[in-house]
Design a protein around this ligand. Structure first.
Ligand code: HAM
Length: 457
């Protein structure tokens, strides 16, 4: 049997419906924040990511899928969205031909050659935003609030927002020097990777998965002690705006993040639900004021985040959140004879074009099996075609729940379906809206008699 590559997944059935629901919520949230969708290539010239994410980052040194194409060019499957989007921002001169700041969002697969484990995949899907062209601390705070609001809208409760600042270039280099001074006498006690990180980028040592519990790392200097006044004030402003946006956060002075392009604000949002395991960062990001310039564009500030959809769905499952997935078939058209089948084809098409969700028979089963199939698909209405009825311009329709059966004039069918199914739809949409009404259902306690995401409450 040919199997899928390690660390990759087939997403189908109920699981796929969850993904589609989450994607729908993302699109609707992004519309409200007025971010526009961007799609960049799944592979780019290697230098986009190698230069953009930094030659010393773990992703670039160990995890990129690099290949030489048939034209002898070095290409890389995108391990993240940011560097590719910044490349596109520069190449398409968005700084000149789009309203500033440019607010972009994406949702797509990324590729990292990781050791596969729960929450750590080789093909992963990220939803993310990049806000390019503003250095205002308000934009940092608002970017942090986007995933927080998404998670809340979906019903997640057990999340923790951690923030830190690396400061501006001056603060960062002071901190870098302090780290080198601190680590130098301990070099022999660090892992081989950290020995290399020491020269290339000592901040990376703080991110080491091997040495993370050692006392040397625990007692290392923290960024906050090396910030200049401007960076300190900037961080205070970010915190103020987070408070205005009602985002609960915790300052984690050891948070540095694994990519080289960050300066100033960095953040992570963790899932704290039991059973998640160690890969519990749902989303992460930060400010990258030097990246546009590094990739050849005009000096432009930027801030963004990305959130792994796989981890998000895992958190929803672990918190027992039932998403309001609407997947019932509205109409199942049944037939037996060839003339009935011809009519079924025409009718199915016309009902679909009128906006109904329609199923019919494809394998020549008898009526009894078609009834069973309709039940399996939770069909709400059954249209049972019959040559006799068709001759009289009539049609039989059965409510599959109440088992009530009617014979209708063909001309009346659309009107009837509109009436009965629209009523049902309004009911469902109304319930969905109710679920995201903050007043009715804040994520920490679900009271009231509305139908709630939180199973069992
Ligand atoms: P990142 O921290 O590398 O940041 O990834 C962001 C999120 O992607 C993680 O928090 C996690 O949810 C998910 N993720 C990363 N690697 C894996 C994996 N192997 N398996 C499953 N999920 C994974 C970035 O990618 C930056 N581009 C974020 C950013 C945007 N910064 C500024 N703008």
């Amino acid at each position: 049997m040919i199997t899928k590559p390690k660390g990759c997944y087939d997403i189908y059935g109920v699981e796929a419906k969850k993904w589609q629901y989450v994607n729908k919520m993302i699109d609707s949230l992004m519309e409200k924040y007025n971010y526009s969708y961007i799609r960049t290539p799944i592979f780019e010239s290697s230098e986009v990511f190698h230069r953009g994410m930094g030659e010393s980052s773990d992703v670039v040194t160990k995890e990129t899928y690099d290949f030489i194409d048939r034209g002898n060019r070095s290409m890389t499957l995108r391990p993240e969205g940011t560097a590719g989007i910044v490349r596109s921002y520069i190449e398409n001169k968005m700084y000149g031909n789009m309203p500033n700041p440019v607010k972009l969002y994406y949702n797509g697969t990324m590729y990292r050659y990781e050791r596969p484990q729960s929450g750590r995949d080789r093909e992963l899907t990220q939803f993310g935003v990049e806000l390019i062209g503003s250095d205002d601390p308000f934009s940092d705070a608002e970017v942090i609030s986007i995933p927080v609001n998404l998670y809340k809208m979906l019903g997640l409760r057990e999340i923790k927002v951690k923030i830190n600042t690396l400061g501006d270039n001056e603060s960062r280099s002071r901190y870098r020097e302090a780290l080198m001074e601190y680590f130098r006498p301990h070099l022999n006690e660090l892992c081989d990777d950290c020995k290399e990180r020491f020269n290339k980028n000592p901040l990376r040592i703080l991110d080491c998965k091997v040495d993370k519990d050692s006392d040397i790392l625990k007692n290392a200097p923290v960024t906050l002690d090396y910030l200049n006044e401007e960076s300190k004030n900037r961080f205070e402003k970010v915190k103020e705006y987070l408070e205005a946006l009602e985002v609960d956060y915790e300052v984690d002075p050891k948070l540095v993040r694994g990519l080289d392009y960050y300066n100033h604000t960095v953040f992570e949002i963790e899932a704290h639900v039991e059973g998640f395991g160690s890969n519990n960062v749902l989303g992460a990001g930060g400010r990258y004021n030097g990246l546009v310039e590094l990739l050849g564009g005009p000096s432009t500030p930027g801030v963004g985040f990305a959130s792994g959809i796989g981890r998000l769905i895992m958190a929803l499952d672990l918190e027992n959140i039932e998403l309001p997935i609407k997947d019932d078939v509205e109409i199942f058209i049944m037939y037996v004879s060839d003339t009935e089948k011809n009519y079924a084809a025409t009718l199915a098409q016309s009902l679909r074009m009128s906006g109904f969700r329609v199923e019919t028979e494809y394998t020549g089963r008898g009526l009894k099996s078609q009834f069973k199939q309709a039940d399996r698909l939770n069909a709400k209405f059954l249209i049972i075609l019959n040559d006799e009825d068709l001759k009289n311009n009539e049609i039989k329709i059965k409510n599959n729940k109440t088992k009530e059966e009617l014979t209708l004039g063909l001309d009346y069918l659309l009107y009837y379906l509109d009436e009965v199914l629209l009523e049902d739809d309004i009911d469902v949409e109304y319930k969905e809206e109710e679920m995201i009404e903050e007043d009715d259902c804040d994520e920490y306690h679900c009271e009231g008699d509305h139908q709630c995401h939180h199973k069992g409450e």
